[in-house]
Design a protein. Structure first.
Length: 301
């Protein structure tokens, strides 16, 4: 195609020259120059037509290609745009979903926190109420115990006072009784002592009378047994004195044993006094017995 175009251009230039410039050899027997020129022109026209067609085809192809490229570009741009829009939509949906999930998560965390705070508050209130109830119970128990202790103390003080009053009354009665007994015993002792003195005086008078009679009898001659009135009188007096002392100390021992002791020390003291009086009583009984023995020996011998 390129050679035909070049050839047509050459012949176009040759057509523009004068026909006299052509050298026709004598031995040339083929077509004439005019025919050749006509053929060249035809070939050139064909070449030009073909070139034009080619150019048109190329232009059409170029335009088609450009149109196809444009359409492809537009399609690609459309697809790219759709893809971008799809991706943007997906991204927006993803972001919206993430935002929704984030909000839902935040809302769930907020609700969970509120629930935890509510439960913690309720637990704190429950514990505070339990602590308040426990303290109130302890306070009530403490007050009840204090009230019971106070009542028990008052009751103990009342009983102690009553017991002290009773003991004081008993002690006063005991002391009054002891005083009365003491006075009665003193009176009895005085009476007994007076009787003992009276008996002693009588014994002494009898002894003196017996001694006087004995002395008178000793002065008179007699062939019978002599009675020793002096030892008899002394023995009788000792026997009477021992009997009186025995009675007195026995009475004291009995009085001591009848006493109601107020405490342990008083009980021990009374016990010791009773033992002491009983010892004196036994000694007095021995003295009385010795006096009787003396009287008997005096009578016998």
């Amino acid at each position: 195609m390129a050679s035909n175009a070049a050839f047509a251009d050459i012949w176009d230039d040759a057509d523009m020259a004068s026909s006299d410039d052509w050298d026709t050899p004598a031995e040339y027997n083929g077509p004439s120059i005019q025919e050749k020129k006509q053929k060249v022109k035809e070939d050139a026209a064909v070449a030009r037509k073909a070139a034009a067609e080619r150019k048109a085809k190329e232009e059409a192809d170029r335009k088609v290609k450009e149109e196809a490229d444009r359409k492809a570009k537009l399609e690609a741009e459309r697809k790219a745009k759709e893809e971008a829009e799809r991706k943007a939509k997906l991204e927006a949906e993803r972001k919206a979903k993430e935002e929704a999930e984030r909000k839902a998560k935040l809302e769930a965390e907020r609700k969970a926190k509120e629930e935890a705070d509510r439960k913690a508050k309720l637990e704190a209130e429950r514990k505070a109420k339990e602590e308040a109830d426990r303290k109130a119970k302890l306070e009530a128990e403490r007050k009840a115990k204090e009230e019971a202790d106070r009542k028990a103390k008052l009751e103990a003080e009342r009983k102690a006072k009553e017991e002290a009053d009773r003991k004081a009354k008993l002690e006063a009665e005991r002391k009054a009784k002891q005083e009365a007994d003491r006075k009665a015993k003193e009176e009895e002792n005085k009476r007994k002592a007076a009787e003992a003195e009276k008996k002693d005086a009588q014994a002494k008078a009898a002894a003196q009378s017996a001694a006087e009679k004995k002395s008178e009898q000793n002065k008179e001659p007699s062939g019978g047994t002599k009675i020793h009135w002096v030892p008899i009188s002394i023995g009788a007096a000792v026997s009477v004195a021992g009997g009186v002392m025995t009675y007195v100390f026995d009475s004291k021992a009995k009085d001591v044993t009848r006493k109601e002791p107020a405490n342990k020390a008083e009980y021990e003291k009374n016990h010791d006094d009773a033992g002491k009086y009983q010892t004196y009583r036994n000694i007095s009984m021995g003295i009385a017995a010795a006096g009787l023995v003396c009287v008997g020996i005096s009578i016998v011998f």
